[in-house]
Ligand binder design. Structure first.
Ligand code: CP3
Length: 353
């Protein structure tokens, strides 16, 4: 690997990369495939490398981040790498007390629930992103022809962790704040949108080839509430990034009822496993490339079932102007990595149109 002293930002010319062609609605040379959470606990080489290092600590170590990001690319031959990081990393870098507890998820030291809490919340400055941009500069050199996806958590999903203080099933404190104190809510989401913009802009400047905005928990909302309390803030993040020319992907879990609204503010629409891709295409007006849809739990079934699900999704994906094969959510930690590799190999044999 080149060292950081000599590594400037490189913008690679990857116009023919299947992932980028499909994400722009073109016809790629093969169906591109990558997996949310492709780096992580399903890989023994990840578990070995992470031993003794905390999750956030690992995300702030450029060499370690680079190596972990490369592991699934080497092992599976996927068509894109996703930066190894976490949605709470920009919160941590801005000075918010947050940790990632193994088996639990993000835990916030002092939950944000009042106007004063929101007022006191720091926002991210570009110079605080250096550990992440250093990792990106290492990666764009190490990856060759493989595109690198940068990402961030969307304002609503970040707000849920901050308001609840940790993972939540029902998001009740978050929804209560949204309704009871709309001005405080909008001030909080505006601040989170600001930090998210800084984080994604820094990643793009450092060389990522696409960005994905994860609004993982937006599916907990009605379309009406999504449109009035959330979408304007996600749009404030994604809208200005259009000028950067990198494809923007927007994803959430259980967002079947929100696909239309979400598609209005992005290029590529991420789809979980509940809505078939051809139906997602219908709900988004036929204009957007689609990504996702294989139920992560299907990878635990017998080989014939995995194969038939992969073939079905590839066929339904042909209804879209572009199809990026992916799971409907992240790779589950107990997944057999050999099954993941076999899915990649199969997808690469399937016709594009
Ligand atoms: O996809 C990738 O390979 C990139 C890595 C990535 C991680 N987190 C690494 C991680 C990405 C894209 C994320 C995003 C993220 N983090 C989201 C949005 C995507 C989604 O899954 O919906 C969310 C909601 C989080 C918050 C978070 N961080 C959770 C729920 C957890 C799991 C907690 C647990 O231990 O079960 C984390 C921790 C985390 N982030 C791990 C990884 C690999 C596991 C920690 C470990 O390996 O010790």
């Amino acid at each position: 690997l080149p060292d950081l002293e000599t590594a400037g930002a490189v913008r690679r010319d990857l116009r023919a990369a299947p992932f980028l062609v499909a994400a722009r609605g073109g016809t790629p040379s093969r169906v591109p495939v990558w997996f949310m959470r492709q780096a992580g606990r399903s890989l023994p080489e990840y578990r070995a490398l992470r031993a003794g290092t905390g999750m956030i600590q690992a995300c702030l170590d450029p060499e370690l981040t680079c190596e972990i990001t490369l592991q699934p690319v080497r092992r599976h031959g996927v068509d894109a790498a996703i930066l190894f990081s976490d949605i709470v990393v920009p919160l941590y870098l801005s000075g918010i007390g947050v940790d990632i507890v193994a088996g639990v998820g993000p835990v916030v030291a002092r939950p944000v629930r009042t106007a004063a809490d929101v007022e006191a919340l720091p926002t991210l400055h570009p110079e605080q992103v250096t550990p992440v941009t250093d990792a990106i500069r290492l990666l764009t050199r190490a990856l060759g022809e493989t595109p690198l996806i940068g990402f961030a958590g969307a304002p609503f999903t970040l707000a849920s962790y901050l308001v609840e203080g940790g993972p939540s099933r029902n998001h009740e404190k978050t929804k209560a704040l949204m309704r009871s104190a709309p001005a405080v809510w909008h001030a909080l989401l505006a601040k989170l949108a600001d930090s998210t913009s800084v984080f994604l802009r820094a990643q793009i400047a450092a060389g990522v080839d696409a960005v994905q905005l994860f609004d993982s928990w937006a599916g907990a909302l009605t379309e009406r509430d999504y449109r009035s309390f959330v979408a304007p803030h996600s749009a404030a993040v994604l809208g200005p990034l259009a000028a950067a020319g990198v494809p923007r992907i927007h994803f959430g879990v259980g967002t079947g009822e929100l696909l239309g609204a979400m598609s209005e503010i992005t290029d590529v629409i991420g789809v979980d496993w509940r809505v078939p891709l051809d139906e997602a295409v219908r709900r988004t007006g036929g204009t957007h490339p689609v990504q996702g849809n294989l139920d992560p739990a299907v990878l635990f079934a017998d080989a014939a079932s995995v194969e038939s699900e992969v073939r079905r999704i590839a066929a339904e994906g042909r209804a879209a102007p572009g199809h990026v094969f992916n799971l409907g959510h992240g790779v589950l930690p107990e997944t057999d990595p050999d099954v993941v590799t076999r899915v990649v190999d199969l997808v690469h044999t399937l016709p594009v149109r």
